[in-house]
Design a protein. Sequence first.
Length: 114
Amino acid sequence: MADNDWKKRLGVVYSTNPDFTYETADTKEEETPEPSAQKLIVSIDRRNRGGKQVTLISGFRGRDEDLAELGRTLRIKCGVGGNAKNGEITVQGDFRDKVTALLKEMGYNAKRGN
């Protein structure tokens, strides 16, 4: 019965071939490298934000859970909001120096951008 889960096959065209089996493409998330192997860039961004400044940390590679945990830690240490998705962490406000120092303290290879 587990092979016949119709919710995983939404949007698939029906086949009349009796030997047809639908296979899902399970994508594996890459493992998160150790912090010293990560090259993070800390910059400031104002685009599409109504003139507000956000500190943007880009270049993170690894699992989404680890990205969210790092973003959460940085937001707590800075005492502001933000989010973490698509390999980027945004922290509200201009905290480039503080975030760079925190990342280096955690063992990440971080450098300040613009």
